[in-house]
Design a protein. Structure first.
Length: 474
């Protein structure tokens, strides 16, 4: 029998293999996850709700079905942490807001339903910025999530708890949502892998789709659900289990003609790779720039890619971003929430809702988005992949809201939400003071397989799995 620490060191692929082989029981896995949460989460606040009873019951049920001869699925016995903006039947879902403090969903989101069907064990709900509307892990209901690498610092957000849970080995897999980098930014800050697949690859419902829930249904054409994991193959595994069309999501894509697990195989030799260190305008922290440039050299020197530096679209569209968001947000409903809950709603959300957008501003925002789509398509006509830093800054203090200007700290991630292209943050390395830095790999729309292949090739050439957060023991 493996000890709890040994079990928590396994990635999802190996956990599922051992469970299916009978070398590890689902109950052992669940108990190990709970022991790890008890050990480290008091210092991190990654989880806003741990479903102890449900986790152990699901593990026992899975073990019973296996004993009865049932063939287990892709995620057999794998713990899965779920961001508190994604519906899990019967579990509280405050979404970091007093507006939803008493909300308990009556159904699973599609991604949760499919993960359960594949044998995943739902650990609980992970902390998020209020309604996901900030790049941090702070909210008025559950407080601040802290970075496993240095607990006085933020994880980034808004999939804050999901990233912290994976980095601290409380769960090998987590799901987050990404409307403006909310999977990729915390992945970068926490030194793990985060994937935003092509828009529609992972269907969503009811999250971001049910208009009856103001604040939980915004940015329908920009929000993505994606995996966070310690290895590339784990994210590919989850994608294999949960992707494919769904009748409730009009943006969902047809099933791919491949198994996403196979996409991590093969080399990237000969690919044309563009590299933009700063999009031509971003003020990137020199410590990030140094780490990212070393990572880009791996693609050129070790992986055989043809890398050249490129100039990317300027910052003009950022001034329109909140208007873009407003066009797909129930402003009337959210303003009613603010009227009802007043100062209990975070100041930055109240401020956003007080804006009085004109029709011209909203149509200008729509045109700015079209411009970004066209400009990125022009770039991707010339390159198979695009490399950039994931963020321009390193983590700030955990309790602070952080920079408010997307151009100042997160200029690289938002365009890919507007275009729907697949993009992943891979751990590029550590700064001299041991803070993780992310490298973002972006592909053409629908070419998720190439992003996974490039991610896995970089992982093999520059392994990151052995790096452990310095902020936690064990």
């Amino acid at each position: 029998m493996s000890g709890p620490t040994d079990i928590c060191d396994l990635d999802a692929v190996e956990t599922a293999r051992r469970v299916r082989a009978g070398d590890l029981s689902p109950v052992e896995v669940a108990e190990a996850a709970l022991a790890r949460i008890d050990e480290v989460d008091p210092a991190l606040n990654a989880f806003c709700h741990v479903d102890r009873e449900g986790l152990l019951a699901a593990a026992a049920d899975l073990a019973g079905r296996q004993a009865a001869g049932e063939e287990l699925g892709l995620l057999a016995g794998v713990p899965l942490a779920v961001k508190d903006l994604i519906f899990v039947k019967g579990l509280p879902m405050a979404a970091g807001s007093h507006a939803y403090a008493d909300f308990v969903p009556e159904l699973d989101d599609v991604v949760v339903e499919r993960a359960r069907r594949a044998g995943a064990l739902i650990v609980g709900k992970t902390n998020t910025a209020e309604l996901g509307l900030a790049g941090n892990g702070v909210n008025p209901v559950s407080g601040a999530t802290r970075n496993p690498w240095r607990t006085e610092l933020t994880t980034g957000g808004s999939s804050a708890g999901s990233a912290a849970a994976v980095a601290a080995r409380m769960s090998p897999l987590a799901v987050g949502s990404d409307a403006a980098g909310s999977v990729r930014v915390p992945a970068a800050f926490c030194g793990i892998y985060g994937l935003k697949a092509t828009m529609g690859r992972v269907p969503q419902y009811p999250s971001c789709r049910d208009e009856r829930l103001p604040g939980l249904s915004g940015f329908e054409t920009g929000s993505h659900i994606g995996p966070l994991s310690r290895t590339v193959r784990d994210s590919a595994l989850l994608l294999a289990a949960v992707s494919g069309p769904h009748p409730r999501d009009r943006h969902s894509l047809p099933a791919a003609d491949r198994d996403w697990r196979d996409a991590t195989e093969g080399d990237v030799r000969g690919l044309r790779v563009g590299f933009s260190p700063d999009f031509g305008f971003a003020q990137v922290d020199p410590r990030i720039d140094a780490v990212v440039r070393r990572a880009v050299e791996v693609f050129d020197r070790d992986l055989g890619c043809a890398v050249e530096e490129v100039t990317l679209p300027g910052p003009d569209f950022y001034e329109h971003f909140w208007a873009m968001l407003a066009t797909e947000t129930d402003l009337v409903g959210m303003r009613r929430l603010v009227e009802r809950h007043g100062d209990a709603i975070s100041p930055h959300i109240r401020g956003m809702l007080q804006a009085d957008w004109t029709v011209e501003q909203l149509t200008s925002a729509a045109m700015a988005r079209k411009q970004v789509v066209r400009q990125m398509a022009d770039i991707m006509d010339r390159y198979d992949l695009l490399l950039t830093p994931t963020t321009a800054v390193l983590p700030w203090a955990a309790e602070e809201h952080g920079p408010t200007d997307l151009r100042a700290w997160s200029p690289f991630v938002v365009p890919m939400n507007l275009t729907g292209q697949p993009a992943a943050s891979v751990p590029a390395g550590l700064t001299d003071d041991d803070l993780p830095v992310g490298l973002m790999i972006t592909g053409r729309r629908l070419e998720d397989d190439l992003v996974l292949r490039a991610s896995a090739a970089f992982e093999a050439a520059s392994p990151w799995l052995g790096r452990r957060p310095a902020g936690l023991a064990g």
